[in-house]
Design a protein around this ligand. Structure first.
Ligand code: ATP
Ligand code: MG
Length: 1024
């Protein structure tokens, strides 16, 4: 199809794409069309005239299609350049192949300055971006622009790129002289125009940084309870750029907080928002506080002149329309004077501005890109303002860093993200550092650490920073209760409940007594918590507290802390707002209410465990939050229940899931007697049975939905995202009957749980349930955050695993040592895959032991780790004593010649190995020679993979010899080495005497297309 036919045939789709895009995109398309002379000025003015983008798009298509096929071809090239949309490539362009750019696009520049301005328009817009003020100043001083014209260009209704275009248009209208002055100025200073911060801005910068420094100095959730200085307590969390292996072949890796704006992991270079995702309590808010603190104290992020930090939870409270200017100045930091100049500087220098947005999941409405806003001075809702910032319609080129729980991220929002980074909580070392920081007394820190390490489930929990904080804070009760006390998340939260109550009452009573004596307070707080969750309300006004009968004394227990809300409407006089110490504490209290309240209906309980998609709730502003509040004030018990079930559907899903796990824990046999009178306990037993039935049913239903295995393949189950949550609920119940019952009907060969956010806590629960499986399975946990801690948690279910896949899980030698110890005793386990972890030579000893002692072991895949020749030599020793292993994968390590030689020697008399991969291992001639001569003796190896090494022609001579006396090898992979025609001829010759080989891979070597053709004609088994 021709380009003009395509434009005509798909006109509607083209207009839709252009019309839905931003003005910025449309105008940069026009820039390019102007530069390529596809539009003249008259046409440009006509197309650009203000109005709906779809109308302008229609005009543009009319103009272009009138100009014939070549113009249409160039137009499509421009579109592809500017719009990186899969919709464009997949839906519209389809099979259309645009021609290469030709002279037209790279014509020599004309000598006239005004024409140069036109030809180079796209670059000039980019160069001028953010430097308009300085350029105008120069043009004004040199008499080319009047003051009025300078102001006109800088009107705040224009974005910086639009200002640049305005400037170019005006210069163009003034003729060649002005154009020349502008070009000279830009040329004289290639990155000229970054004016130092003037005094006015400096003053504002100082005020802003001292505001932010003060705001972030103490951990927010401690406000009111203890003033914990962030600097004293902060420990780096694990931040991972997730693997995008499927698309680009790149693998996940870790980065430091200070590198979040770096080039790593960028998936959309046109966007400028970095998203940090992490589960509840994983340290998202704290990480942002740290960024804020680092900037404000000049320790990092100094490329930014201004940083503006917002909490999405608090933005919900802005109940009037506001403009960008109001948001920055009124809700972050007010410039004492020259507000307009400061704001102008901000608009002119977007690349020097950072926005910090905490808790995107806490917004009351889902992200939408329907309402466009480009004006920084036009008031709108706070939410719409933020959505437009994220899209880049407002303040394009500012850097934004935003946090969210993973569940709140929609595909629509992902389009506007530059990259996604996963926050994985504390590493093993992080836990140690944190506990040491919490306890200045070294011996008590050591005691706590020893205790935690001795209780593996608790150690797993500490991987989540918030749990680690609880454990550290409540260590006294914890250690008094003995090591058997805290296994589950519910145990840990009960601990904090007990801790706060004991501190408040200064008593030495047991937990049950303390809880009983505070049952009224607990009911008040838990009612407040559930009401809040049900209406997505996390900040409570004095009125709401009063209505929930929460007294001053209840508040003084410390579970509610002052909220630093900036909403004036909500903090008049002494009426301060409160929030729970942490959102998960709110969930815990809500769960207490559900468990303790006699009137809770069965259906409400069951609905907690069902998976419901979150609806977009219309209650965006606090007014509506207050309106629906409290939802059962004057209702009878029955009405209240029905309503509460309905209201639960509005609650945020991830909070409901956390609440449901707490409900499971609180109903468990271990905690059922808490605060119990006999009647209550009976009631709770009933609830317990109900929840148990619900969970067993849901999981079994999930299993039944697994499609049967296709002919010859293994039956495999890819778990639903909810699967892990249900498993966690079962674990919280600590009921092994339920665990058995839940998996009794699971009949699969392979259980796939890739990319499920599985960390040590989830591993504990998985092992608790999966160990009851009847038949051995392959457990695939690739690309989670299992880590060494998680490996320990998984050990109880290792016996039932036939194979375990742990690719990309941040596992080190320490984890391997635990894994191998258990694997030695587990007769089912035959395959281990640890591709892309942090393994070094130190793990080789363990695998050597495994190979030596486990005579049914089949496959070991250690690709993309850090093994060198030393490690491979140790591994080879183990290999010599094993005759069961069939697959050994070492892709992407650095075993080099020494490693290859050792492995080759070990394989000479091996009778089991079918497949060996040494791809990308720095293997050179020495190693190649050893492997080639191994082929002379080995009678079993079927596939040898040596791509991406440094093999040369002479090495092929040895392989040719090896192949002549080998009759088992079927596939030899030698692609991407340094072999030329000469070397390949050796192989071709030897293949004449070898009938076993089915293919030799040789692509990516040093041969020409003609040579390839000749060689494949001579030997069909060569593959290029
Ligand atoms: N890097 C850290 N160093 C020290 N303590 C931390 C760190 N991160 C988190 N914590 C502790 O964990 C608590 C909870 O962390 P934070 O509030 O940052 O979690 P979050 O991921 O924002 O949770 P939510 O999803 O509920 O908003 C903090 O109050 C602090 O006690
Ligand atoms: Mg948070």
């Amino acid at each position: 199809m021709n380009a003009d036919q395509l434009l005509k045939g798909q006109r509607y789709q083209f207009i839709t794409i252009l019309g839905r895009g931003s003005v910025e995109i449309f105008e940069s398309i026009l820039d390019r069309l102007l530069a390529w002379d596809l539009l003249n000025w008259e046409e440009y003015e006509h197309v650009k005239s203000p109005g709906l983008l779809s109308r302008s798009s229609r005009n543009l298509l009319d103009v272009v299609t009138c100009k014939g096929a070549r113009a249409c071809e160039l137009f499509i090239l421009v579109l592809e350049d500017v719009i990186s949309s899969s919709q464009l490539t997949d839906l519209i362009l389809g099979n259309y192949m645009p021609p290469e750019k030709t002279d037209e696009s790279s014509e020599l520049l004309s000598s006239l300055a005004s024409q140069t301005l036109q030809k180079q328009r796209p670059e000039l817009v980019r160069k001028l971006h953010g430097h308009i003020a300085a350029v105008l100043e120069h043009l004004h001083r040199s008499g080319h622009f009047s003051k009025y014209e300078c102001d006109e260009v800088q009107l705040p209704i224009y974005t910086p790129s639009q200002q640049a275009r305005k400037l170019l248009d005006l210069t163009n209208a003034k003729g060649d002289d002005t154009a020349q002055v502008l070009l000279d100025y830009i040329e004289s200073e290639p990155r000229p125009i970054k004016p130092a911060l003037g005094n006015i801005c400096l003053k504002y910068q100082e005020k802003l940084s001292s505001t932010l420094a003060a705001q972030s100095r103490f951990l927010t959730s401690y406000a009111g309870t203890e003033n914990m200085c962030l600097e004293d307590i902060y420990v780096d969390c694990v931040l991972e750029i997730p693997s995008t292996a499927a698309e680009t072949g790149c693998l996940s890796f870790l980065i430091g907080l200070e590198d979040i704006f770096g080039p790593d992991g960028v998936s959309n270079k046109d966007a400028d928002t970095v998203l940090i995702t992490g589960e509840a309590g994983s340290g998202k808010s704290t990480s942002l506080q740290q960024i804020q603190q680092l900037w404000a104290t000049k320790r990092a992020f100094q490329d930014f002149a201004f940083v503006f930090a917002f909490s999405c939870r608090r933005l919900n409270f802005i109940d009037k329309p506001i403009s960008l200017k109001m948001l920055l100045f009124e809700y972050c930091c007010w410039p004492d004077d020259h507000q307009d100049e400061v704001f102008q500087y901000i608009l002119d220098h977007p690349e020097e501005i950072m926005f910090i947005l905490d808790g995107f999941d806490e917004f009351k409405l889902q992200f939408t890109d329907e309402e466009k806003l480009c004006s920084p001075t036009k008031p709108t809702t706070a939410l719409n303002l933020i959505f437009n910032l994220l899209q880049g319609n407002l303040m394009k080129n500012t850097k934004k860093v935003m946090t969210s729980r993973p569940s709140a991220i929609t595909a629509n929002l992902r389009k506007y993200l530059q990259k996604e980074v996963n926050l994985k909580g504390f590493s093993r070392e992080g836990i140690e550092t944190f506990i040491k920081k919490c306890h200045s007394n070294a011996s008590s820190a050591e005691n706590i650490l020893d205790f935690v390490k001795a209780n593996s489930a608790l150690h797993g929990l500490c991987h989540v920073p918030f749990f680690c904080w609880i454990v550290s804070k409540c260590h006294e009760q914890l250690m008094q209760n003995g090591s058997d006390f805290a296994h589950t998340i519910t145990d840990v939260y009960l601990l904090i409940l007990e801790h706060f109550l004991l501190h408040f009452t200064h008593s030495n009573e047991g937990i049950n007594e303390v809880l009983l004596s505070h049952v009224v307070t607990i009911l008040h707080l838990s009612k407040l918590a559930l009401d809040g969750l049900s209406s997505c309300c996390y900040i409570f006004s004095a009125v709401q507290l009063q209505e929930a009968e929460v007294s001053e004394e209840d508040i003084s227990l410390g579970f509610l802390v002052h909220s630093h809300s900036f909403s004036r409407a909500h903090c008049v006089g002494n009426n301060r707002n409160y929030e729970f110490l942490h959102i998960t504490i709110q969930c815990f209290f809500a769960a207490l209410y559900i468990t303790l309240n006699d009137n809770m209906e069965q259906s409400t309980l069951c609905s907690l465990f069902k998976h419901k998609q979150r609806k977009t709730s219309p209650c965006m502003l606090p007014a509506s939050c207050v309106k629906g509040w409290p939802f059962y004030c004057h209702q009878s018990g029955d009405q209240h229940e029905r309503k509460s079930e309905a209201m639960l559907q509005e609650a945020e899903r991830s909070n409901l899931q956390i609440t449901a796990s707490f409900v499971s824990g609180l109903l468990s046999g271990r905690h059922r007697n808490l605060m119990g009178k006999t009647s209550l306990i009976q009631m709770r037993s009933k609830k317990y049975k109900l929840v148990k039935k619900c969970l067993a049913k849901i999981i079994q239903k999930h299993f039944l939905s697994i499609p049967p295995a296709v002919g010859g393949e293994k039956k495999s189950m890819h778990a639903l995202p909810e699967f892990v949550w249900w498993i966690k609920c079962i674990y919280e119940m600590q009921d092994s009957d339920l665990a058995k019952q839940a998996v009794s009907k699971l009949d699969v060969d392979h259980l796939k749980l890739t990319y499920c956010g599985i960390g040590p806590v989830e591993c504990t629960a998985l092992a608790y349930v999966l160990k009851h499986l009847k038949n051995p399975v392959g457990l695939q946990l690739d690309y989670n955050s299992v880590g060494d801690l998680g490996i320990e948690q998984l050990l109880p279910c290792l016996d039932i695993c036939q194979s375990i896949y742990l690719r990309g899980n941040n596992i080190s030698d320490q984890g391997v040592s635990k894994l191998v110890d258990r694997a030695l005793d587990s007769c089912n386990l035959q395959k281990i895959a640890l591709f892309h972890n942090n393994l070094t030579d130190a793990c080789a000893q363990n695998f050597a032991k495994l190979l030596k002692h486990k005579d049914n072991f089949l496959a070991l895949r250690l690709g993309n780790n850090h093994l060198t020749g030393d490690g491979a030599e140790v591994l080879a020793e183990g290999l010599k004593q094993n005759n069961s292993i069939q697959y050994l994968g070492l892709w992407g390590n650095k075993v080099g010649d020494a490693g290859a030689c050792a492995l080759a020697t070990a394989l000479e008399n091996n009778t089991s190995m079918l497949w060996l991969s040494l791809v990308g291992n720095d293997v050179g001639s020495h190693g190649a020679r050893a492997l080639a001569s191994m082929l002379k003796k080995n009678t079993i190896l079927e596939e040898l993979c040596l791509q991406e090494n440094s093999l040369v022609d002479e090495d092929m001579l040895h392989f040719a010899e090896g192949l002549q006396s080998n009759s088992s090898l079927k596939v030899l992979k030698l692609a991407n080495n340094r072999i030329s025609r000469k070397g390949m001829d050796f192989i071709i010759k030897s293949l004449k005497h070898n009938a076993a080989i089915t293919s030799v891979w040789l692509g990516g070597n040093h041969v020409t297309a003609e040579e390839i053709e000749e060689m494949t004609r001579a030997e069909r088994r060569l593959t290029f």
